[in-house]
Design a protein around this ligand. Sequence first.
Ligand code: PLP
Length: 400
Amino acid sequence: MSTSPDFIPFNEPSIGEEEIQEVVETLRSGWLTMGPRTQRFEREFAAAVGAREAVALSSATAGLQLALAALGIGPGDEVITTPLTFCATVEVILHMGATPVLADVADDGNIDPEEIRRRIGPRTKAVMPVHLGGLPCRMAEIWALAREHGLAVVEDAAHTPGAVYRGAPIGGPCPPHGASDAVVFSFYANKNMTTGEGGMATTQRQDLADRMRLLRLHGINKDGWKRYHKSGTWAYEVSELGYKANMSDIQAAMGIHQLAKVPRFTAERERLATLFDEAFAEVEEIVRPRRQADSQHAWHLYAIRVRPEKLAISRSEFIEQLKERGVGTSVHFIPVPLHPFFANHAADPRNRCPRALALYERLISLPLYPGLGEERAGRVVDAVRDVARRNRVKVFAAAV
Ligand SMILES: *Cc1c(COP(=O)(O)O)cnc(C)c1O
């Protein structure tokens, strides 16, 4: 990647003085690991999304795995998810000894509820929809399927802090349509809000929250983390085989202030997405990302699609030419069946996903983040327009 000061990076975190001050105060406080700031972050996160419980974790990957573990999913069980996701979504299913089953995507890039229906069988235990790029999945249909077939729903909401579905923030219940068993957010460095590394699982189920709290700290009984505090004691009990997946107060210190900024961050992402939408309306060589009338997009990603029939170059060449013009991009995602770790499952005919594979060949994620600013957004627009124009397929009028 270019190191020129003019190069527009694909992503930049937005960290303010509030986060820095709170981290410094945490370091001075003497309490570094999970403690009072983590508890406050959990309370404020739950309130922000309207969830009953929020459990802070070391990552979203850990959260997805703990949710499956708390639901008792294991060998012999099948979990349906999307092929167009980060490897983590499928990795955790495999770690639990369960079998991932991929349901192909709809035109918006999200898992297609109709494809889920076709793959439900006697072993199906759960569905894991992923809100790709921040666009909420068709949850009402997914919850209806889950009710009909007695399935658990675990949302991979890594991209969706700030998103709203049918009037309810992603992460909480959405009456009268339904609620998921668990919803898992990521605070990785490039996500809509960050703690460097970190994640949060929200749930309406007290039993699941209790189990995830137990499992995140080795299976040590309630409040075991207080054992080094003056109110704690040396005694603790490991009641079952757990994991090491808790958040630290250093991370929570950042999270508290990032969370408070999510409404502002989302508004700025929406403004930039609208600016791109307007600028690209007339560019026939690309298709703009989908919106849904019943939801607020979190705009974690702004992914355009090239139209191969209108362009003389491939998606990858389009990316190279944007880079030559100083614009960093990415692709979300390389479909799961293309990765060697999935080779043992790729041959299962249920995992065929022609729509995801075709869409993948066309996707380019452009820079979109609160600190991008109008000037740099304008340069992204100019670069996309210029690459599209110069590589337009020439249509010659047929001789009459
Ligand atoms: C980033 C991401 C994850 C993993 O998040 P971590 O916090 O890094 O574990 C999972 N799913 C999707 C779709 C992601 O983009």
